[in-house]
Design a binder for this molecule. Structure first.
Ligand code: PBG
Length: 322
């Protein structure tokens, strides 16, 4: 039945009908706010390339997480800025490392907050790569041992979900068995399963002070040209025990999110990364786009593509604009 019997505008003409038929909803409870934590007291250092984002000391972090929680964003993803860096990234797995301390403090004040810890070494190594090096190359299997130690200290501090982001082969399997051995059978793993080499991470590297000193991340992160390989990565991580798989970045990879959703029956997280955020902020500051509207449209698109959870720096602004 075509026109004139069928008029799709009938479905849109009246907000009463239009609103009842909305196919995709985005509740703030689906959002995860990434937060950067550093040592000190009463510190709130603005990140120049990410307006509205800060490096926070633990006291300020608690304040920020409480605000998010009360606005309906129940989850945070923590990144740490250690007091010192070394070749092995030892502050990543120190039981008194900045992230471990932050988790303990958050869980004490906000026991119902879902606390996710990023597990990577680039913020903790003096060379800025995501693991330890041997002859200038990332040593995969040696890095796995440190990944296991880090996962256990994060879980012991009280993290609900461990999120390994280094694209190291075998990282999920290693973490699962280390957690199980240490008695953390119910600590989840959210794997950065399909993480692409991306210029969209630019602002994050200022925020987390983790740009590599030499070379790049092409030997561990994925080539943006590859989709089939992304599905292999996801399949392997699920086999190794990932509870949630992540696609990152989000906006330029909506096709990957959608296809992962259709092929695999596991929860999917998408990371709306720093560069995606910075572009919106810059254009909005110039008056070129309407920030609240464009943010809603972007987050809705990521959700519509198939993401169950969205990691986004827009989390707080989104709740304020609803
Ligand atoms: C560290 C890490 C990065 C991001 C999250 N974890 C940077 C990178 O891989 O270079 C990027 C997040 C963002 O851009 O918002 N491995």
């Amino acid at each position: 039945m075509a026109f004139p019997a069928t008029r799709l505008r009938r479905l849109r003409i009246n907000p009463l009908v239009r609103e009842r038929l909305e196919e995709t909803q985005l509740s703030p409870s689906r959002l995860i706010a990434p937060l950067f934590v550093r040592h000190g007291r009463n510190e709130r250092r603005p990140i120049a390339s990410m307006p509205g984002q800060y490096q926070l000391s633990i006291d300020r972090l608690i304040h920020e997480a409480s605000q998010l929680y009360s606005k309906g964003v129940p989850s945070v993803l923590l990144f740490g800025l250690p007091s010192r860096k070394d070749t092995r990234g030892s502050q990543a797995y120190a039981s008194n490392g900045i992230v471990q301390k932050a988790v303990r403090a958050l869980k004490k004040v906000l026991p119902k907050l879902l606390v996710i810890t990023d597990l990577c070494f680039c913020e903790y190594t003096d060379h800025g790569h995501c693991g330890i090096l041997r002859r200038g190359e990332l040593d995969n299997d040696a890095t796995l041992q440190l990944i296991a130690k880090t996962a256990v200290t994060q879980a012991r501090a009280g993290a609900d979900i461990i999120a390994p982001s280094g694209m190291i082969d075998g990282m999920v399997k290693t973490i699962r068995s280390a957690l199980d051995r240490a008695g953390f059978k119910n600590t989840l793993i959210m794997s950065y399963a399909a993480k692409f080499v991306s210029a969209f991470y630019g602002p994050f590297r200022d925020a987390a002070e983790c740009a590599p000193r030499f070379g790049d991340r092409r030997s561990y992160q994925m080539n943006p040209a590859n989709a089939e390989e992304a599905f292999r990565e996801v399949a392997l991580d699920i086999e190794e025990g990932a509870d949630i798989v992540m696609v990152k970045p989000a906006l330029a990879y909506l096709d990957i999110i959608r296809r992962v959703k259709e092929k695999f029956h596991v929860p999917i997280a998408a990371y709306n990364v720093s560069g995606e955020y910075a572009m919106v902020k810059a254009a909005a500051q110039n008056g070129w786009v309407d920030e609240a509207k464009i943010t809603r449209e972007i987050l809705l698109a990521i959700r519509r593509a198939g993401a169950d959870m969205i990691i986004t720096y827009h989390a707080k602004d989104y709740t304020n604009s609803r």
